[in-house]
Design a protein around this ligand. Structure first.
Ligand code: UDP
Ligand code: MG
Length: 309
């Protein structure tokens, strides 16, 4: 029998995209020597996504759905799909057709060549807002500088995993998911393909600035403890610098008016209180992670599914 390819697609309010994506994939696989299953994860959508999925899976026996009990977010939804997929390889992609289905061809070719992970790198999209482009670039540069794993700029959640990699990934018990980093961390033979992202077919993006910043902080703090060292270095530098300040303090004590230091005093207090709070916050993030992890809750909860074990 030919090999089975699982396509895993998280969908949050994607009623306008599901059918288009499903038919694009069905057309693509007509020309390929593979069987496929298409698994949609309905991440607590509030529109007709679930209805459409149920109808579609009745018409097409290759379409499956996993309905989560509420909106868990893109990364947990993706994990739900990877955990349940049964293929020899598993391809994750977005529902909005920004990840061109034709690229699957190239991914499968690389997989057949022996690569265990084929990930994709988004080419800089001139149509995206300037701020999003620059912030994504800066984010990756920063991540690479302070963490142990090297990630390329624009790595998307559009990738192929070999069955054995997917199984190891599924067994990882992390509550705070940052999948692109986790996959990079796993190692294996990885290959990156560049692609030109398409326009979102229907609906609007679910990522706003707040979520992007959240993802960035998660990405950094999930893979590195170097932010914790900032306090040591900053503290040390400040202590050394404070000695340089000593001559001036002595001078003004003996020669000038010692009470005339209000502005410099208030500035120092405000500055250092800000810094202390910032570094406390950094520690707080790590303590929060320990707290969440120690509860050991599942990443997602399934409400209904038509996948039979
Ligand atoms: N998504 C999800 N849960 C969420 C947010 C997004 O499952 O809470 C899905 C969404 O349906 C899409 C993918 O994740 O298939 C990427 O989302 P989006 O296109 O909004 O992000 P962008 O491409 O703008 O970064
Ligand atoms: Mg998108």
């Amino acid at each position: 029998m030919s090999k089975l390819v699982s396509i895993v697609v998280p969908a949050y309010n994607e009623e306008g995209n599901i059918e288009v994506l499903a038919s694009a994939l069905s057309t693509l696989f007509e020309t390929l020597p593979y069987r496929y299953e298409l698994i949609f994860i309905n991440d607590g959508s509030k529109d007709r996504t679930q209805e459409i999925l149920e109808d579609l899976s009745r018409e097409d026996h290759r379409v499956f759905y996993i309905e989560l009990s509420r909106n868990f977010g893109h990364q947990p939804a993706l994990k739900a799909g990877i955990d349940t997929a049964r293929g020899d390889c598993i391809i994750s992609m977005d529902c909005d057709l920004q990840h061109p289905p034709q690229l699957i061809l190239e991914m499968l070719m690389k997989w057949e060549e022996g690569y265990d992970v084929v990930y994709t790198i988004r080419k800089e999209d001139k149509k995206l807002p300037y701020l999003k482009r620059k912030s994504s670039k800066a984010f990756y540069q920063f991540c690479n500088r302070i963490s142990d794993i090297e990630m390329e700029d624009g790595t998307a959640d559009f990738r192929l995993l070999d069955r054995k990699v997917a199984q190891i990934f599924s067994s990882m018990q992390e509550s705070d998911l940052f999948i692109r980093g986790m996959i990079k961390w796993l190692g294996f033979k990885q290959y990156g393909i560049e692609y030109e992202p398409a326009e979102r077919f229907s609906g609007t993006t679910k990522y706003n600035v707040k979520r992007m910043v959240g993802l960035a902080i998660r990405g950094i703090t999930s893979f590195s403890v170097s932010p914790l060292y900032i306090a040591i270095y900053v503290g040390l530098t400040m202590s050394v610098l404070s000695f340089l300040y000593l001559p001036y303090v002595l001078y003004s004590y003996f020669m000038g008016d010692p009470t005339s230091g209000w502005s410099s005093l208030i500035l120092t207090i405000v500055f250092f209180n800000g810094l202390t709070l910032l570094l406390l916050g950094v520690m707080g993030i790590y303590i929060g992670k320990l707290f969440v992890q120690s509860k050991n809750r599942p990443n997602y909860i399934v409400r209904t599914t038509n996948i039979k074990e």
